[in-house]
Write a protein that binds this ligand. Structure first.
Ligand code: C2E
Ligand code: CA
Ligand code: CA
Ligand code: CA
Length: 278
C-alpha cells in the first residue's frame, strides 16, 4: 500500500509539472497571438422567449493557433488570468466588440446588444468603468449597446468588484450574472446587487432532462429571479423539450445550440441580415 501511495504521488508531481510547462507555452503563445491577429470573437444569438426575436448576442473569444489549431477558451482564459495577460486580452475583447457593433451599424443593421465576458481579475485590477466608457464614446456608441457578464464567484469576491459593477451599471451598460447556480450564493444574496440579468448555468438546463428535481429547481430559480426583477437568460438550450419548459416557466431570453452556435463575424453578419427586427 505504501508503494502504491508513492507511485500515485510521483504520478501527480509529473502530471502537474507537465501542466505547468504547458501553461508556460500557452502563455508565450498567447502573448504573441494578441499581437498577430490570431484572436477573433464569435457571437452567439440570444432570442426573446416570447417573441422569438433576436435581442442580443454573447461575444466569445476564439483563438486559432498557427500550429495547434483552435484552442478553447476554457484552456487559455485561466492561464491568461494567472499571468495577468487577461488585462490586455480583456481590453482587446471590448475594443473589438465595439468596433464590430459600429461596423454592423454602418452597414445599416439593427444591432442587438453585445455581451462581453469580464474576468474577476479585470474587476480587481482595471478601471473597467473608464475603459468601457472610453471605448463607447470613442466610437460614438450608446451604453445600451453593451452588456458585461461576470460570474457569480467573481462578484462574491468583495466590495471592490461590486462597486465597479455599480458604476458600470449606472452608466447604462447592462450587467449580467453569469453561470448562476454554480457558486455558493443564495438568491437572497442577490438582493441589492447591481445586476440586471441572471444567466442560469447550462448544467441546470441539462438537468431538466434528469427528472422532476431538475424541473423543480429551474422553476424555483426562475420564479425567484422574477420576484427580484431580474431578467432570466437560460443558456445551453439544445432541445425542443428544454425550450418548451423554459417558455412555460417564464424564462425571458434563450441562448443555445437550439437556435445557433457562436458565429464568427462574417457568419453573424449573414445571420443579422436574415433575422434583423425590421
Ligand atoms: P460562458 O461565458 O459560460 O459561455 C458559454 C459557453 O457555452 C460557450 O463556450 C458557448 O459556446 C457554450 N454554449 C453555448 N450554447 C451551448 C449549447 O447549447 N450547448 C453546449 N454544450 N454549449 C453551449 P466557449 O465559447 O467554449 O467559452 C467557454 C468559457 O470561456 C465561457 O463560458 C467563458 O467563461 C470563457 N470565455 C470565453 N470568452 C471569454 C472572454 O472574452 N473573456 C473571458 N474572461 N472569458 C471568456
Ligand atoms: Ca458568459
Ligand atoms: Ca455562462
Ligand atoms: Ca461557464
Amino acid at each position: 500500500a505504501k508503494r502504491e501511495g508513492k507511485n500515485t504521488y510521483r504520478f501527480f508531481c509529473r502530471s502537474s509539472a507537465i501542466t505547468s510547462l504547458k501553461n508556460l507555452e500557452i502563455k508565450d503563445d498567447l502573448r504573441r497571438a494578441l499581437n498577430h491577429n490570431e484572436l477573433q470573437l464569435a457571437y452567439q444569438p440570444q432570442i426573446c422567449a416570447r417573441s422569438g426575436r433576436l435581442v442580443g448576442c454573447e461575444a466569445l473569444l476564439r483563438w486559432h493557433h498557427p500550429d495547434k489549431g483552435w484552442i478553447p477558451p476554457d484552456v487559455f482564459i485561466p492561464v491568461a488570468e494567472q499571468s495577468g495577460l487577461i488585462l490586455p486580452l480583456g481590453r482587446w475583447v471590448i475594443l473589438e466588440a465595439c468596433h464590430q457593433i459600429k461596423a454592423w451599424q454602418n452597414a445599416g443593421n439593427a444591432v442587438p446588444r453585445v455581451s462581453v465576458n469580464v474576468s474577476f481579475v479585470q474587476l480587481l485590477r482595471e478601471d473597467m468603468h473608464t475603459l468601457l466608457h472610453d471605448c463607447l464614446t470613442g466610437l460614438d456608441l450608446a451604453p445600451d449597446c453593451l452588456a458585461v457578464e461576470v460570474t457569480e464567484s467573481s462578484i462574491m469576491r468583495g466590495e471592490e468588484a461590486i462597486s465597479q459593477l455599480r458604476k458600470i451599471r449606472k452608466s447604462g451598460i447592462r450587467v449580467a450574472l453569469d453561470d448562476f447556480g454554480t457558486g455558493y450564493s443564495s438568491l437572497s444574496a442577490l438582493k441589492g446587487l447591481p445586476i440586471d440579468e441572471l444567466k442560469i448555468d447550462k448544467s441546470f438546463v441539462t438537468d431538466l432532462n434528469q427528472g422532476t428535481d431538475g424541473k423543480a429547481i429551474m422553476s424555483a430559480v426562475i420564479a425567484m429571479a422574477r420576484q427580484l426583477n431580474l431578467e432570466v437568460v437560460a443558456e445551453g438550450v439544445e432541445t425542443d423539450t428544454e425550450l418548451a419548459y423554459l417558455r412555460q416557466k417564464g424564462a425571458d431570453i434563450i441562448q443555445g445550440y437550439y437556435f445557433s452556435k457562436p458565429l464568427l463575424h462574417g457568419e453573424f453578419s449573414a445571420y443579422l441580415n436574415q433575422h434583423s427586427a425590421s
